[in-house]
Design a protein. Sequence first.
Length: 107
Amino acid sequence: MSYVYGLKRCRETILYLSSEQNFEERMVKAFSEIRVIHSEDVSQQHFKEIQVWRNKYLSITELSVTKEGALKEVDKGKELQNLATELIWLCVEIIVHNARNSKKQDF
């Protein structure tokens, strides 16, 4: 693939996040879109950041364990909101970087 491909995937990701679907559906579609980006589609640093973001997204749970060993509910909605914000910033950074560094001028 190429930087143009990565740029397009990030644009699609942002479109999914801004769609009229419910929030969890938007996040699932955004995740599906961002996960198809490969190392050659973005800079090394951005690819690492995508991997970190994916791991955070996949590790969201309904429950967590406190230091005392008790179960507590996790505010999944808040966690997803934070991840959505991170993903938007990451996509914008990738779009700017890829647009500046792409050999193809016609997007």
